[in-house]
Design a protein around this ligand. Structure first.
Ligand SMILES: [Fe+2]
Length: 395
């Protein structure tokens, strides 16, 4: 009898179900108040969300110990804290954003002209314009602007705080036109994109794993007053373990409707949030604001990103631009741009052809790029080396 009971308790621990989600359990977690005193580098808590002044963060990260401390602070903000952080003025030079916006507008116009561009999950057709894989399209269209844009210290710091090094950057532009309706409340990739039937097949530790495999971000490409519909968030909701299943239930959707918060953003601000946070894009009630955000989805080195990205092609295109910018961008800005472009992880590979040299991991695409930059290789030499490296990884 006792062992039957043990087996039932164990099954309930391991197999989370939509039926077992409990709003009172959820409220006990989601109604936690964010205390500014717990986050000494933050400048404010607004509507339960941590607000950081980007210049203060970069100053705090200027020594190795300071950087470890601020990475830890932000890591906990995403994990056990509110789950969402606003970095004010992450792009002090908004000229970088404006140039990227021009590139995105051209890509959207081209999509309209040629009737390409895909559908959208979570939104009705026509309400918005999407650029899937804006990362690669941006890099190929203007590698110099890409280097400045992804050289950003805050983007790199937030990504590293949650995912560690060698993360895989992907990005998608969302331009929500006036009248564009709100999304439904959701969690994001991985488990956030599955039905309850599928989600219930994964043991509980995989629910916990899903949220550490990616980080969500949004770069504001224009001022976003509340009427333009910046993202709706429910701070602390990422801490509810069965949350991927809970959002399929009406009482959780209703709770989100009643309790979500929204913060206005300025051009150049960046928001990062745990992919397990309950959130949804807001309704654009403005008359004339096309709300443009570049949505960063950063994946762990150990996970599989949502989009395929031709990093070999991008690296070949970025390399000449980085050579030109060597004296303009700082070494860490160049490193950040490389981290957003080249593959930073050695695996999977073919260890017969691509053996580790002087360590346990074979050379990465990013390491190849560093080497080529340091030794000032010609573009052709680097492109050839990229092709050869890719070939060595094949089985
Ligand atoms: Fe989302």
């Amino acid at each position: 009898m006792k062992s039957d009971n043990q087996q039932k308790l164990r099954a309930d621990r391991v197999w989370l179900t939509e039926d077992a989600c409990d709003l009172n359990d959820f409220r006990a977690l989601a109604e936690k108040v964010t205390a500014l005193a717990d986050y000494p580098t933050a400048s404010a808590v607004e509507r339960n969300v941590l607000i950081y002044d980007s210049r203060t963060v970069i100053g705090a990260a200027s020594t190795p110990e300071g950087r470890r401390a601020i990475l830890a602070e932000i890591s906990e903000a995403f994990g056990i804290g509110p789950g969402v952080v606003v970095f004010k003025h992450a792009y002090e030079d908004t000229g970088i954003i404006d140039r990227a916006s021009t590139i995105f507008d051209e890509i959207i116009e081209e999509q309209h002209r040629t009737s390409t561009g895909g559908g959208d999950h979570f939104a009705k057709p026509g309400a918005n314009d999407r650029i899937w894989n804006s990362l690669e399209k941006h890099c190929l269209a203007d590698p110099e602007n890409f280097a400045r844009y992804y050289g950003n210290a805050i983007v790199a710091l937030a990504s590293e705080a949650w995912l560690g090094p060698h993360y895989q950057m992907t990005a998608q532009v969302n331009r929500v036109n006036p009248g564009g309706a709100a999304q439904s409340a959701h969690r994001d990739y991985h488990l956030g994109f599955q039905s309850s039937k599928v989600i219930e097949q994964f043991p509980a530790h995989v629910h916990r794993l899903s949220q550490v495999l990616t980080l969500q971000g949004a770069v504001a490409h224009c001022d976003m007053p509340l009427e333009s519909g910046p993202t709706l968030f429910l701070p602390h909701s990422q801490t509810y373990e069965p949350g991927y299943l809970a959002l399929k239930r009406q009482e959780f959707k209703d709770y989100f409707e009643q309790h979500h918060i929204q913060l206005p953003l300025e051009k150049g601000d960046v928001v990062f949030f745990n992919p397990a946070l309950f959130h949804a894009a807001g309704t654009n009630r403005s008359k004339d604001i096309k709300r443009v955000a570049n949505l960063l989805q950063v994946s762990s080195a150990f996970g599989r990103a949502m989009e395929t990205v031709n990093r070999e092609h991008m690296s070949a295109k970025l390399f000449p631009a980085l050579k030109e910018l060597k004296n303009t961008l700082s070494a860490s800005e160049i490193a950040n741009a490389i981290a957003s472009c080249a593959e930073g992880y050695s695996f999977p590979t073919n260890l017969d052809r691509d053996p580790p040299l002087g360590g346990l991991a074979p050379k990465t695409q990013a390491q190849l790029m560093y080497e080529a930059l340091a030794e000032n290789w010609s573009d052709d030499t680097f492109t050839k080396a990229l092709v050869e490296q890719a070939a060595r990884k094949l089985s």
